[in-house]
Design a protein around this ligand. Structure first.
Ligand code: GTP
Ligand code: MG
Length: 480
């Protein structure tokens, strides 16, 4: 961390402004010439000044007009923002150069910055420094990425809450209470001649029970928190010509996929995002599944459909409601989808519906679906007129958000890493409780409580191995 990192922090493309960000202190190791401020001094010229150390003399949190020069050549006309350590994103000296937002000005200014001693930042490295310098904890660092990636208001709200430290506060409060119990238990190790009094024993057990339950509840919020952060993937499956692409078009409200009266129209899978009550939903239209696919492209399409069904969080099995029977092809789709979370869509309701729900339920029963037929959700709609579409969206929401969005203090787990660590904490607490109940030597209980504390520490980053850090920050974009 004793070098200066630099990157283009805005998306590459054409825009009014593009920002080059530099972060690094002038340390003995950098020889005091390649801190962010010194590098900016070497290339930034204010009008009227003859060069020299303009930036070093600027007050912190100021914006200054000038030019970026490389020798005598003017590379761009810029505004330079200086934020001195420790009051900056990384807690180091940070300089942001607002250039014109085009590829060339940004490249040329970045090149100049690199030639004067900065190093190109790795993905997420600015945020990594903010974490390593103690300005934010690990859950907050992860939330930075989530805020950037959020696709719906609700996803953004959950990410912002995590960024403001909502999750850390909740976990730290739990960790504090756990430390207290831990201290209590460990006191008995130091005085082996004393037995735990029955009332103390009960009190410790009671506190551990409550902690375990609270963490269990927090872990349960992941069921829907995951969908808020990562989105829900929904595959539209069915035999050819039942109206899958029409359904995609109706859901995204535009003519996205080709629809024709002939079977075998869609070949490739087509994906679009829609917002269902705040959940970002990725809808995947697939090729109609049939054994007698005619040409190699369609056969490949069918393979992709089958794969899409396998990896989706939810499958919409589309059937043609104007036919009174299920074909072998329908049955084969039902067989493939039966093990998944499924909504059956009976389509073409603008015409007379002849397909009975009983027939559909029987087919799922025959396919050994784990969803018992009475619980199977069947929505009748028309992709053509849009009638019943809202019911479908409601059904998608109900099926995937069963536990509701409310949770204690509104804290929601959205990240698998956090969920795994919380579950490990719960398991360690359960073992500690077992030990206490059975009367195993108190040292074992103390060990389990220690490991529970470690797991919580992994989440906020108090206890973190290097490889975990690398994995987390590699998912970032460059310049953040
Ligand atoms: N009446 C009526 N016709 C529909 C409806 N939805 C789709 N269709 C018609 O059904 C035919 C097939 O529609 P597509 O959306 O291409 O069907 P698909 O399932 O995507 O077909 P493949 O891509 O070949 O698998 C077209 O002629 C549509 O106009 C509906 O709700 N009502
Ligand atoms: Mg299609």
């Amino acid at each position: 961390m004793d070098d200066t990192i630099a990157a283009i922090s805005t998306p590459l493309g054409q825009g009014g402004i593009g920002i080059i960000r530099l972060s690094g202190n002038a340390t003995e190791a950098t020889n005091r010439t390649s801190g962010a401020i010194a590098i900016a001094d070497a290339i930034f010229v204010r009008p009227g000044s003859k060069g020299g150390k303009t930036v070093s003399s600027l007050p912190s949190h100021s914006v200054t007009y000038g030019h970026i020069k490389d020798g005598n050549e003017v590379l761009d006309e810029v505004l330079l923002t200086l934020m001195r350590a420790p009051n900056s994103y990384t807690r180091e000296d940070v300089v942001e150069i607002n250039c014109h937002g085009g590829l060339m000005p940004l490249r040329r200014v970045l090149d100049a910055v690199l030639r004067h001693g900065a190093r190109l930042a790795q993905p997420g490295e600015f945020t990594l420094r903010a974490f390593l310098n103690g300005r934010i904890d690990l859950t907050q660092a992860e939330a930075v990425c989530d805020v950037i990636m959020a696709r719906t208001q609700e996803s953004a709200a959950v990410a912002m809450q995590q960024l403001s430290g909502g999750l850390s506060q909740r976990l730290n409060a739990i960790a504090d209470r756990l430390v207290e119990v831990c201290a209590h238990v460990e006191a008995y190790i130091d005085f082996p001649e004393e037995d735990i009094e029955p009332s103390t024993h009960r009190e410790i057990l009671g506190k551990l029970d409550v902690l375990r339950d609270e963490l269990g509840e927090l872990s349960d919020t992941y069921d829907h928190g995951r969908f808020l952060r990562e989105g829900l993937s929904v595959a539209i499956a069915g035999r050819p010509n039942v109206g899958k692409s029409s359904l995609l078009n109706a859901l995204v409200q535009r003519d996205r996929a080709i629809v024709t009266a002939g079977a075998g129209t869609t070949r490739d899978t087509i994906e679009e995002y829609i917002n269902v009550e705040g959940i970002p939903v990725r809808i995947i239209d697939t090729a109609g599944i049939r054994a007698a696919a005619e040409d190699p492209a369609e056969r490949e399409g069918v393979h992709r459909s089958i794969r899409a069904i396998e990896v989706a969080d939810l499958v919409l099995v589309v059937l043609d409601g104007t036919e009174g029977v299920l074909s072998d092809e329908d049955i084969s789709v039902i067989d493939r989808a039966a093990a998944k979370t499924v909504i059956v869509v009976v389509n073409k309701a603008d015409r007379t519906i002849l397909l009975s729900s009983r027939l559909v339920r029987d087919a799922f029963k025959a396919a050994n679906s784990p969803t018992l037929p009475p619980a199977l959700t069947i929505v009748t709609l028309s992709a053509k007129t849009g009638q019943g579409l809202n019911e479908l969206k409601q059904a998608v929401f109900n099926l995937t958000m069963k536990s509701g969005l409310e949770s204690r203090e509104g804290v929601v787990i959205t990240n698998l890493r956090h969920k795994v660590a919380i579950d490990n904490t719960v398991l360690a607490l359960a073992r500690a409780i077992d030990c206490l109940e059975v009367g195993t030597p108190i040292e074992i209980t103390a060990l389990e409580l220690r490991s529970a504390l470690n797991y919580i520490g992994e989440i906020t980053g108090v206890v973190t191995a290097n490889d975990i850090l690398n994995k987390i920050f590699n998912d970032f974009c460059i310049g953040k």
